[in-house]
Design a binder for this molecule. Sequence first.
Ligand SMILES: C[S@@+](CC[C@H](N)C(=O)[O-])C[C@H]1O[C@@H](n2cnc3c(N)ncnc32)[C@H](O)[C@@H]1O
Length: 276
Amino acid sequence: MEYLEFKISCKEEFIEILIAELAEVGFDSFLEKEDGLEAYIQEDQFDRVAFQEVLDKYISMANISVEEGRMEKVNWNTEWEKNYDPIAVGEEVYVRASFHAPKEGVKHEIVINPKMSFGTGHHATTYLMLTHLLNLPHHGKRVIDIGAGTGILAILSHKLGAATVEAFDIDDWCVDNGNENFELNGMSHVKMGLGTVREVNPQGQFDIVIANINKNVLLDEMEVYETLVKPGGYLLLSGFYDHDVIDIEASTASFGLSKIDQMVKDKWCAVVFKKK
Ligand SMILES: C[S@@+](CC[C@H](N)C(=O)[O-])C[C@H]1O[C@@H](n2cnc3c(N)ncnc32)[C@H](O)[C@@H]1O
């Protein structure tokens, strides 16, 4: 799989919004830098017009300049070692890579070697979803993670005592990486699947349904998520801004899902719904 690499210099306050908008047009990995970001996309997913439209929206206000390259074979561990620090989520969760030293006394240590996949806890949406998961009853429950990325959310559910965890993603790079991370976290019995929720067609209903993707995908797939949640179960959604929560909530209204919790970080939002 060939990747294109874009080194984008911009004003610091535009980094988050550029990441969000580039993710919408297919970019799947980002490294934040002091003077901008690096963004990566599989060559066969790249739509130059859509990319340029995103840049054009911000080019003058954000003072953007772009350098384009193609990925050579990269040692991702070395790259991530340079760019990825361990992160604590509250008092109980500590996310680190296998090249970091373990931390004593942490209740839930998660080992993630992210490579090209999204999901280390550094992005606000992942952080918020991890925090919501900590507040939900897991023991003996059935959990599904849609758009699992590195598998980080599925891994926390497993560590919190879920009886079964299923996970899938549309990106085959994430699937490989997720499976690697499942092994690192004692979950080699779980295999990440490839595809959208309609393609994977999960069987039965779940106590906890997780989807941290983006607003458009969530709105499109909401009718499927709803059928996957057991009565009395939970639907956790993120990947949208706090000003979009109104649209997300409206799309769930006819399904007997009520919002019971909402958290915001860096303008990103994560919501928990409960099914009647
Ligand atoms: C924002 S990342 C979240 C990753 C991880 N769950 C986390 O919370 O950090 C979204 C992930 O969803 C995947 N994705 C995008 N559209 C999808 C779809 N329709 N179905 C399944 N996965 C999708 C992307 O490949 C990406 O890995």
